[in-house]
Design a protein around this ligand. Structure first.
Ligand code: SF4
Length: 279
Protein backbone atom coordinates (compact mmCIF):
# COMPACT_ATOMS: atom_id res chain seq x y z
CA UNK A 1 0.00 0.00 0.00
CA UNK A 2 2.75 2.45 0.70
CA UNK A 3 5.96 1.68 -1.09
CA UNK A 4 6.51 0.55 -4.64
CA UNK A 5 8.30 -2.59 -5.75
CA UNK A 6 8.92 -4.30 -9.06
CA UNK A 7 8.24 -7.90 -8.03
CA UNK A 8 6.40 -9.49 -10.98
CA UNK A 9 2.85 -10.86 -10.54
CA UNK A 10 2.27 -14.61 -10.51
CA UNK A 11 -1.21 -16.15 -10.70
CA UNK A 12 -0.26 -19.53 -9.27
CA UNK A 13 -2.24 -20.29 -6.08
CA UNK A 14 -0.22 -20.86 -2.91
CA UNK A 15 0.33 -24.53 -2.04
CA UNK A 16 -1.16 -26.19 1.04
CA UNK A 17 0.48 -25.28 4.34
CA UNK A 18 3.61 -27.44 4.52
CA UNK A 19 4.18 -26.94 8.25
CA UNK A 20 2.06 -29.39 10.26
CA UNK A 21 0.19 -27.34 12.87
CA UNK A 22 1.93 -24.06 11.97
CA UNK A 23 0.23 -20.89 10.79
CA UNK A 24 1.06 -20.00 7.20
CA UNK A 25 1.15 -16.54 5.57
CA UNK A 26 0.79 -15.83 1.87
CA UNK A 27 3.34 -13.11 1.13
CA UNK A 28 4.67 -11.18 -1.85
CA UNK A 29 7.88 -9.80 -0.37
CA UNK A 30 9.81 -8.65 2.70
CA UNK A 31 12.30 -5.80 2.29
CA UNK A 32 13.86 -2.87 4.11
CA UNK A 33 13.39 0.74 3.06
CA UNK A 34 12.29 4.10 4.46
CA UNK A 35 8.63 4.85 5.09
CA UNK A 36 7.43 6.82 2.08
CA UNK A 37 4.22 8.35 3.41
CA UNK A 38 2.27 9.45 6.47
CA UNK A 39 3.43 10.94 9.78
CA UNK A 40 6.38 8.51 10.16
CA UNK A 41 7.71 9.44 6.72
CA UNK A 42 11.46 8.90 6.30
CA UNK A 43 11.88 6.43 9.19
CA UNK A 44 13.63 3.14 8.53
CA UNK A 45 11.08 0.40 7.99
CA UNK A 46 10.95 -3.28 7.13
CA UNK A 47 7.93 -3.91 4.89
CA UNK A 48 6.13 -7.25 5.12
CA UNK A 49 3.89 -7.31 2.07
CA UNK A 50 0.95 -9.75 2.21
CA UNK A 51 -0.63 -11.11 -1.00
CA UNK A 52 -4.28 -10.55 -1.93
CA UNK A 53 -6.55 -7.52 -1.91
CA UNK A 54 -10.32 -7.15 -2.08
CA UNK A 55 -10.31 -3.58 -3.44
CA UNK A 56 -9.16 -2.01 -6.69
CA UNK A 57 -7.93 1.57 -6.17
CA UNK A 58 -7.21 3.61 -9.26
CA UNK A 59 -3.90 4.91 -7.89
CA UNK A 60 -2.68 1.54 -6.54
CA UNK A 61 1.13 1.34 -6.78
CA UNK A 62 1.30 -2.38 -5.99
CA UNK A 63 -1.13 -4.27 -8.27
CA UNK A 64 1.25 -7.25 -8.08
CA UNK A 65 -0.25 -7.82 -4.61
CA UNK A 66 -3.87 -8.13 -5.74
CA UNK A 67 -3.74 -11.93 -6.03
CA UNK A 68 -1.91 -14.48 -3.85
CA UNK A 69 1.26 -15.76 -5.51
CA UNK A 70 3.13 -19.07 -5.39
CA UNK A 71 6.51 -17.63 -4.47
CA UNK A 72 7.62 -14.62 -2.43
CA UNK A 73 10.98 -12.90 -2.08
CA UNK A 74 13.01 -11.61 0.85
CA UNK A 75 15.91 -9.17 0.93
CA UNK A 76 19.02 -11.00 2.10
CA UNK A 77 20.50 -8.06 4.05
CA UNK A 78 19.06 -4.62 4.96
CA UNK A 79 19.48 -2.19 2.05
CA UNK A 80 21.20 -4.75 -0.21
CA UNK A 81 18.30 -4.96 -2.71
CA UNK A 82 19.46 -8.55 -3.20
CA UNK A 83 16.61 -11.00 -2.83
CA UNK A 84 16.11 -14.71 -2.49
CA UNK A 85 12.88 -16.49 -3.40
CA UNK A 86 10.82 -18.72 -1.13
CA UNK A 87 7.60 -20.69 -1.50
CA UNK A 88 4.23 -19.69 -0.05
CA UNK A 89 2.86 -20.11 2.52
CA UNK A 90 5.57 -18.85 4.86
CA UNK A 91 5.64 -20.29 8.37
CA UNK A 92 4.74 -17.40 10.70
CA UNK A 93 7.04 -18.46 13.57
CA UNK A 94 10.03 -18.57 11.18
CA UNK A 95 8.93 -15.31 9.65
CA UNK A 96 8.95 -13.46 12.98
CA UNK A 97 12.55 -14.55 13.52
CA UNK A 98 13.57 -13.55 9.99
CA UNK A 99 11.90 -10.14 10.16
CA UNK A 100 13.48 -9.47 13.54
CA UNK A 101 16.92 -10.21 12.05
CA UNK A 102 16.32 -7.96 9.04
CA UNK A 103 15.56 -4.98 11.31
CA UNK A 104 18.51 -4.82 13.69
CA UNK A 105 17.72 -1.33 15.09
CA UNK A 106 15.08 -1.22 17.85
CA UNK A 107 13.69 2.00 16.34
CA UNK A 108 13.02 0.43 12.94
CA UNK A 109 9.33 0.12 12.15
CA UNK A 110 7.93 -3.20 10.96
CA UNK A 111 5.16 -2.40 8.48
CA UNK A 112 2.53 -5.10 7.90
CA UNK A 113 1.16 -4.09 4.53
CA UNK A 114 -0.19 -5.48 1.28
CA UNK A 115 -2.33 -6.01 -0.61
CA UNK A 116 -4.63 -6.12 2.38
CA UNK A 117 -2.97 -7.80 5.36
CA UNK A 118 -6.22 -8.20 7.34
CA UNK A 119 -7.52 -10.72 4.79
CA UNK A 120 -5.18 -13.27 6.47
CA UNK A 121 -6.55 -13.10 10.00
CA UNK A 122 -4.65 -15.96 11.64
CA UNK A 123 -1.36 -15.14 9.97
CA UNK A 124 -1.33 -11.44 10.75
CA UNK A 125 -2.32 -12.05 14.36
CA UNK A 126 0.48 -14.62 14.77
CA UNK A 127 3.06 -12.30 13.18
CA UNK A 128 1.94 -9.19 15.05
CA UNK A 129 1.89 -10.94 18.42
CA UNK A 130 5.24 -12.63 17.74
CA UNK A 131 6.90 -9.34 16.84
CA UNK A 132 5.27 -7.52 19.75
CA UNK A 133 6.66 -10.16 22.12
CA UNK A 134 10.12 -9.27 20.78
CA UNK A 135 9.49 -5.58 21.48
CA UNK A 136 9.28 -4.54 17.83
CA UNK A 137 7.38 -1.40 16.71
CA UNK A 138 4.50 -2.56 14.54
CA UNK A 139 2.89 -0.37 11.89
CA UNK A 140 -0.25 -1.75 10.25
CA UNK A 141 -1.17 -0.39 6.82
CA UNK A 142 -4.75 -1.29 5.92
CA UNK A 143 -7.70 -0.21 3.82
CA UNK A 144 -9.65 -0.02 7.05
CA UNK A 145 -12.66 -2.24 6.39
CA UNK A 146 -12.20 -5.47 8.40
CA UNK A 147 -12.78 -4.29 11.98
CA UNK A 148 -13.49 -7.76 13.35
CA UNK A 149 -10.03 -8.99 12.30
CA UNK A 150 -8.21 -5.99 13.77
CA UNK A 151 -10.08 -6.42 17.06
CA UNK A 152 -8.31 -9.79 17.57
CA UNK A 153 -4.86 -8.23 18.03
CA UNK A 154 -5.27 -4.44 18.11
CA UNK A 155 -3.45 -4.28 21.46
CA UNK A 156 -0.26 -5.49 19.71
CA UNK A 157 -0.19 -2.65 17.16
CA UNK A 158 1.83 0.54 17.74
CA UNK A 159 0.41 2.55 14.85
CA UNK A 160 -2.57 1.84 12.59
CA UNK A 161 -2.35 3.60 9.22
CA UNK A 162 -5.93 3.45 8.06
CA UNK A 163 -6.94 4.40 4.54
CA UNK A 164 -10.31 6.08 4.10
CA UNK A 165 -11.41 4.99 0.65
CA UNK A 166 -13.38 7.53 -1.35
CA UNK A 167 -15.89 6.28 -3.89
CA UNK A 168 -14.56 8.48 -6.68
CA UNK A 169 -11.42 6.34 -7.07
CA UNK A 170 -12.09 2.93 -5.53
CA UNK A 171 -13.97 -0.13 -6.72
CA UNK A 172 -14.73 -3.24 -4.69
CA UNK A 173 -12.73 -6.24 -5.86
CA UNK A 174 -13.52 -9.95 -5.52
CA UNK A 175 -15.07 -11.09 -2.24
CA UNK A 176 -16.16 -7.75 -0.78
CA UNK A 177 -19.63 -6.23 -0.68
CA UNK A 178 -20.03 -2.49 -0.46
CA UNK A 179 -23.34 -0.95 0.56
CA UNK A 180 -24.69 1.40 -2.11
CA UNK A 181 -21.98 0.47 -4.56
CA UNK A 182 -18.74 1.84 -3.16
CA UNK A 183 -19.76 3.84 -0.09
CA UNK A 184 -17.49 2.58 2.70
CA UNK A 185 -18.19 5.27 5.31
CA UNK A 186 -20.10 2.99 7.75
CA UNK A 187 -17.44 0.25 7.64
CA UNK A 188 -14.63 2.82 7.99
CA UNK A 189 -16.23 4.43 11.03
CA UNK A 190 -16.65 1.03 12.70
CA UNK A 191 -13.03 0.19 11.91
CA UNK A 192 -11.75 3.51 13.26
CA UNK A 193 -13.50 2.89 16.58
CA UNK A 194 -11.59 -0.39 16.94
CA UNK A 195 -8.33 1.17 15.72
CA UNK A 196 -8.42 3.77 18.50
CA UNK A 197 -7.64 0.88 20.88
CA UNK A 198 -4.16 0.56 19.31
CA UNK A 199 -1.28 2.64 20.75
CA UNK A 200 -1.68 5.06 17.83
CA UNK A 201 -3.86 5.58 14.77
CA UNK A 202 -4.10 8.00 11.90
CA UNK A 203 -6.37 8.20 8.86
CA UNK A 204 -5.04 8.71 5.35
CA UNK A 205 -7.10 9.83 2.36
CA UNK A 206 -5.62 9.78 -1.14
CA UNK A 207 -6.76 12.77 -3.21
CA UNK A 208 -7.06 12.89 -6.99
CA UNK A 209 -8.54 15.42 -9.42
CA UNK A 210 -11.75 13.30 -9.27
CA UNK A 211 -12.15 13.65 -5.48
CA UNK A 212 -15.53 15.12 -4.53
CA UNK A 213 -15.98 17.69 -1.76
CA UNK A 214 -19.15 15.93 -0.53
CA UNK A 215 -17.24 12.67 0.09
CA UNK A 216 -14.51 14.56 1.95
CA UNK A 217 -17.18 16.22 4.09
CA UNK A 218 -18.73 12.81 4.82
CA UNK A 219 -15.30 11.53 5.90
CA UNK A 220 -14.71 14.55 8.17
CA UNK A 221 -18.15 13.94 9.77
CA UNK A 222 -17.36 10.32 10.51
CA UNK A 223 -13.87 10.99 11.92
CA UNK A 224 -15.27 13.80 14.08
CA UNK A 225 -17.90 11.40 15.46
CA UNK A 226 -15.10 9.14 16.73
CA UNK A 227 -12.71 11.95 17.74
CA UNK A 228 -11.70 15.23 16.09
CA UNK A 229 -8.21 14.70 17.55
CA UNK A 230 -7.43 11.68 15.34
CA UNK A 231 -4.71 12.76 12.85
CA UNK A 232 -5.73 12.95 9.20
CA UNK A 233 -3.16 12.85 6.38
CA UNK A 234 -4.30 14.20 3.02
CA UNK A 235 -2.09 12.51 0.44
CA UNK A 236 -2.13 13.77 -3.15
CA UNK A 237 -2.09 10.72 -5.44
CA UNK A 238 1.25 10.07 -7.11
CA UNK A 239 0.57 9.87 -10.87
CA UNK A 240 0.60 6.10 -11.49
CA UNK A 241 -1.76 3.41 -12.75
CA UNK A 242 -5.05 5.11 -13.66
CA UNK A 243 -3.95 8.54 -12.33
CA UNK A 244 -2.41 11.02 -14.79
CA UNK A 245 -1.89 14.03 -12.52
CA UNK A 246 -2.05 15.29 -8.94
CA UNK A 247 -4.74 17.78 -7.98
CA UNK A 248 -3.44 21.36 -8.33
CA UNK A 249 -1.89 23.18 -5.35
CA UNK A 250 -4.80 25.64 -5.06
CA UNK A 251 -7.25 22.74 -4.82
CA UNK A 252 -5.08 20.85 -2.31
CA UNK A 253 -4.72 23.88 -0.04
CA UNK A 254 -8.49 24.49 -0.19
CA UNK A 255 -9.12 20.88 0.90
CA UNK A 256 -6.52 21.25 3.68
CA UNK A 257 -8.31 24.37 5.00
CA UNK A 258 -11.68 22.61 4.78
CA UNK A 259 -10.35 19.66 6.78
CA UNK A 260 -8.72 21.93 9.37
CA UNK A 261 -12.04 23.67 9.96
CA UNK A 262 -13.42 20.33 11.22
CA UNK A 263 -10.49 18.34 12.63
CA UNK A 264 -7.64 19.22 14.98
CA UNK A 265 -4.61 17.50 13.38
CA UNK A 266 -4.52 17.58 9.58
CA UNK A 267 -1.44 17.38 7.35
CA UNK A 268 -0.92 17.48 3.57
CA UNK A 269 1.88 14.98 2.84
CA UNK A 270 2.81 13.54 -0.59
CA UNK A 271 4.65 10.24 -1.05
CA UNK A 272 8.43 10.58 -1.02
CA UNK A 273 9.78 7.21 -2.17
CA UNK A 274 8.97 7.82 -5.87
CA UNK A 275 11.25 10.91 -5.72
CA UNK A 276 14.39 8.88 -5.02
CA UNK A 277 13.26 5.65 -6.65
CA UNK A 278 13.29 3.57 -3.46
CA UNK A 279 11.51 0.25 -3.13
S1 SF4 B 1 -6.37 -1.34 -0.97
FE1 SF4 B 1 -6.14 -0.25 -2.91
S2 SF4 B 1 -4.08 0.67 -2.78
FE2 SF4 B 1 -4.15 -0.97 -1.24
S3 SF4 B 1 -3.34 -2.81 -2.31
FE3 SF4 B 1 -5.61 -2.83 -2.50
S4 SF4 B 1 -6.00 -1.86 -4.49
FE4 SF4 B 1 -3.89 -1.31 -3.89
Amino acid sequence: MSSESAHPPDDRPPPENPEEGGVGASLVEVFSSAQGEGPEIGRSTVFVRFGGCDLRCRWCDSPQTWRPVGRWRIETAPGSEVFEERTNPADCADLVETIDALAPMPSTWISLTGGEPLLQAEAIEAIARGLAARGRRIYLETHGLHAEVLSRFVDAIDLVSMDWKLASDVQPGPGIRAPEGVDFHDAHEAFLRVATRAKGVYVKAVLTPATQERELDAMFDRIERVSAAIPLVLQPATPTGGIDAMPGSKQLLAWLARAESRLMDVRLIPQTHPIYGAL
